[in-house]
Design a protein around this ligand. Structure first.
Ligand code: KIV
Length: 260
């Protein structure tokens, strides 16, 4: 898959699937699956580093997770997040950070918000760095929003998100990620732009969907309203851990061929 395939998929009404991933082991499994694309989300701060929000995500972490995932998934389209404030410190710093992600193996970067950083988005696009704009609930605004809350609920808030979507399209972004906005608003945006929308908690009318790997595999220990769990991963893995611990305790492991 390439950025051109994202646009083609929208034209042909073909839905795009995306999953987050942060390490080469899971990336290897995604690589063998039918999922179209991978997001190295700054959600790694929460899923891999135990933080409460994405705000603490470090640029160096993003580079290492991107390299690891690319090593495990050589065939997949990889989108990598620009972490907190990396696009708010000027053109040169943003370009360096985005460049590091592409050198580490990403095909494109995702940037939260449009207002106030239009020149940076445009510069990256013109530099050959495909950009997806993340709108709605932008988790890096966790402190400003007062938590992870649905956005775009009032007419005024919805109009601002629509405006950002149109600007992102005119700048040359190849796609939009719409997080936690009313389904009706996501539908309206999807129908009014020529670039594909990937939704999470934004209804079924987006051009594609993304889920956090740990959430969809039931490993997070909690379930958000909009997540579908395809596995009870936490219980299954815990069961395997407990079986191993019991075998060690009973001297049942190693045994037979495992000893030779
Ligand atoms: O960081 C992330 O995983 C994301 C998804 C929630 C879309 O941005």
């Amino acid at each position: 898959m390439t950025t051109l395939d994202f646009l083609k998929a929208k034209k042909e009404n073909k839905k795009i699937s995306m999953i987050t991933c942060y390490d080469s082991t899971f990336a290897g499994i995604v690589n063998e699956s039918d999922i179209d694309s991978i997001l190295i989300g700054d959600s790694c701060a929460m899923t891999m580093h135990g933080e409460k929000s994405t705000v603490p995500a470090q640029m160096d972490w993003m580079v290492e997770h991107t390299r690891s995932v690319r090593n495990g998934a050589p065939d997949k389209f990889i989108l990598a997040d620009m972490p907190f404030l990396t696009t708010r410190k000027g053109l040169e710093y943003a370009t360096d950070c985005a460049g590091r992600l592409l050198v580490a193996g990403a095909n494109a970067v995702k940037i939260e918000g449009v207002f106030g950083q239009e020149d940076i988005l445009k510069h990256l696009v013109l530099s050959g760095i495909p950009v997806m704009a993340h709108l709605g609930l932008t988790p890096q605004f966790y402190n400003a929003f007062g938590g992870h809350k649905m956005q775009g609920k009032t007419e005024e808030a919805a109009a601002k998100i629509i405006e950002e979507a149109k600007i992102a399209e005119s700048i040359g972004c190849f796609g939009l990620l719409l997080e936690c906005i009313p389904a009706e608003l996501a539908k309206k945006i999807t129908e009014s732009v020529s670039i594909p929308t990937i939704g999470i908690g934004a209804g079924v009318d987006c051009d594609g969907q993304v889920l956090v790997l740990q959430d969809m595999l039931g490993m997070s220990g909690f379930k958000m309203r909009f997540v579908r769990q395809y596995l009870n991963g936490r219980e299954l893995i815990k069961g395997a851990f407990n079986a191993y611990a019991a075998d060690v305790a009973d001297s049942a492991f190693p045994a037979g061929d495992e000893i030779k």
